[in-house]
Design a protein around this ligand. Structure first.
Ligand code: FES
Length: 103
């Protein structure tokens, strides 16, 4: 990790939802889960769909909008077919109401 990048205000991340942000040329998907913000790469490792257009399941996974494979939002682990390659995750912190992602 080279540093913390400010990506948005914390209240821009919808409760129980996703937000696509860009930082240093990367597409990053933010997720709000139980009052915490998590971040993964936005592109599904199966066929590059934008996970920001996906759906968060009750057990904290993101379901891809194209072929409905799932990943654990907290760890990036690929959970269900056709996804087999884990997602990259990023550390997140909230400072003075701003979301910062570690890149
Ligand atoms: S593009 Fe995400 S499961 Fe196929």
């Amino acid at each position: 990790m080279t540093g913390w990048i400010d990506v948005c205000a914390a209240d821009e991340v919808p409760e129980g939802g996703t937000l696509l942000v860009h930082a240093q040329g990367e597409r990053i998907c933010l997720y709000e889960l139980g009052g915490q913000v998590f971040a993964t790469h936005d592109r599904c490792t199966h066929a590059s769909a934008s996970l920001a257009d996906g759906f968060i399941t009750e057990d904290g996974a993101i379901e891809c909008p194209i072929h409905m494979g799932t990943f654990d939002i907290r760890t990036g682990k690929a959970l269900t077919a056709p996804c087999t390659i884990d997602l990259r995750t990023y550390p997140v912190r909230v400072v003075d109401g701003r979301v910062q992602v570690g890149l």
